[in-house]
Design a protein around this ligand. Structure first.
Ligand code: NAD
Length: 472
């Protein structure tokens, strides 16, 4: 593995003044180092983005769209390399890395195809009133480590399409694929339009506070999202915050266990449970609770846990040591208050592996139920009455997604409408796409990502209001 992955600043690949170790979560060992920015390079990156922005805006939307489509093509042309990097630094199985890359391209293509045309809201004898959308300026795109390329893609595409420029900062534990993306972008976009810097978890706050950053698009934890909002406050910067979730799912008494068990398992354990929209708490009607617990435990036993680079592996390691330690605490809490049906422990070795775990008989106050686990550990809870189930699911401070599972879609629909979430699914969980707005209710976020609604958040709406000349 080359040890020279460099930052992208002002169209140049820059070595930076510091180095950052990258750990392979399947081995727990450092396997390479990359360039790491300090405040100096972060300042340079914002300055380069600021300088490039007027020219990029002036280039016009068709030209910007064409380059974004080339960017998506280039990701596809380098899919093998990018997917391999994702496996090495993130830990996910190779097939999931390819899925992430395919999603990243699909998001860039779809979002690049959108536009915000001038809207005429009045045109009569007295006035013509038009709504325009202007770029905001420099966007700081701050990403989490669970989907480094997908998150980068869905922030870069709408920001650049509308004439903003971007400084992308991946999470410190997953810098490689993003730096490689930067190197590809260098040959596509004019210098300074897209800049990529890495950090030791110390430059996020610098970027959000920087006076020349007009907007922060952030994906990460709710705790850090609150800091971003505080930091944006003094200058009233625009923010989009895509934060944590603790999605509850409600299984009605008429659901077919054989049909739903594999779908529920996939929704909870994809990417080793490290998905903001994963199914994280399962509330099952008492009449089918035991049967579903057994079916899920069987699926957990059949999962192949291992290094994502090895063929046949379905669940990789957790991404980093902090997440691994957190999983250990959740397992201890589960053992203390509930019954572990399968799994329940870390796997031997130096990697961050946890056996897929199904836990039953936990009270709602247990940490594994009340907090976001971001790990392959699913609590299965029982309920008797639908009002009780809804109250328990809606009691969470999070409100990202939720789902209802039933053989009767109308019954499920009535329950889904009562979920206090940004996305309510029926007989599925985790389905998303570039045409579907992604929103978080309560403490799961501020603003919208994806679709035309998300695109609008990268623009300043401005009104032109023309008085008709008398007799004109
Ligand atoms: P995190 O919030 O600590 O980090 C996310 C990003 O923010 C990283 O790039 C980090 O370097 C940066 N950052 C750290 N401190 C900052 C600050 N003060 N100002 C600005 N940026 C700062 O989260 P994490 O540990 O990377 O991810 C785990 C958590 O993130 C989980 O709890 C999960 O729920 C959440 N998450 C949510 C989504 C989502 O789409 N809703 C996606 C991924 C992760």
């Amino acid at each position: 593995m080359a040890s020279n992955a460099a930052l992208l600043i002002g169209g140049k690949l820059v070595e930076g003044t510091a180095r950052l170790d990258v750990v392979n979560p399947a081995t727990g060992q450092v396997f390479t180092t990359v360039s790491c920015a300090t405040e100096r390079e972060a300042r340079d990156a914002v300055a380069a983005a600021k300088q490039a922005q007027p020219g990029w805006a002036a280039a016009g939307l068709p030209a910007r769209r064409a380059l974004l489509l080339r960017f998506a093509d280039e990701m596809g042309a380098n899919a093998e390399e990018l997917a391999a990097l994702l496996v090495l630094e993130q830990g996910k199985p190779l097939a999931e890395a390819h899925q992430e890359l395919a999603f990243a391209q699909a998001f860039v293509r779809h979002l690049a195809g959108l536009e915000l045309p001038v809207e005429v809201v009045q045109d009569d004898a007295t006035h013509r009133v038009e709504i325009h959308h202007k770029p905001l300026g420099v966007v700081a795109a701050i990403a989490a480590w669970n989907f480094p390329l997908l998150i980068a893609a869905y922030k870069i595409a709408p920001a650049l399409l509308l004439g903003n420029t971007v400084v992308l900062k991946p999470a410190p534990t997953t810098p490689l694929a993003s730096l490689r993306l930067g190197a590809l972008a260098r040959d596509i976009f004019p210098p300074g339009v897209l800049n990529v810097i890495t950090d030791r978890n110390d430059l996020g706050a610098f970027l959000t506070a920087h006076p020349d950053v007009a907007k922060v698009s952030f994906t990460g934890s709710t705790a850090t999202g609150k800091k971003v909002m505080e930091s944006a406050g003094p200058r009233l910067k625009r923010v989009t915050l895509e934060l944590g979730g603790n999605d509850g799912a409600i299984v009605l008494d008429d659901a077919s266990v054989a049909e739903i068990a594999p779908k529920i398992f996939g929704s909870a354990f994809y990417n080793c449970g490290q998905v903001c929209l994963a199914l994280k708490r399962l509330y099952v009607h008492a009449s089918i609770h035991d049967e579903l617990c057994e079916a899920l435990a069987e699926l957990a036993n059949a999962a192949v846990v291992g290094n994502g680079a090895e063929p046949g592996v379905t669940i990789g390691p957790l991404q980093n040591a902090m997440q691994f330690d957190k999983a250990g605490r959740f397992l201890a809490a589960a053992r203390r208050d509930g019954k572990i049906l399968t799994g329940g422990a870390a796997l031997p070795g130096d990697g961050y592996f946890v056996a897929p775990t199904i836990v039953r008989d936990l009270p709602d106050g247990n940490e594994l139920v009340a907090e976001e686990q971001f790990a392959p550990i699913l609590p299965v809870l029982t309920y008797h009455d639908i009002d009780e189930a809804l109250a328990r699911v809606n009691a969470s401070p999070y409100g990202l997604g939720g789902s209802v599972w039933s053989s009767d879609p109308q019954r499920a629909y009535a329950v889904a409408q009562r979920l206090d979430v940004g996305t309510a699914w029926i007989n599925q969980h985790l389905h998303f796409g570039p045409h579907i707005p992604l929103v978080g209710a309560k403490e799961s976020g501020v603003g919208v990502e994806f679709a035309a609604e998300g695109l609008a958040e990268y623009a300043q709406m401005s009104v032109i209001n023309i008085a008709r000349q008398q007799g004109g």
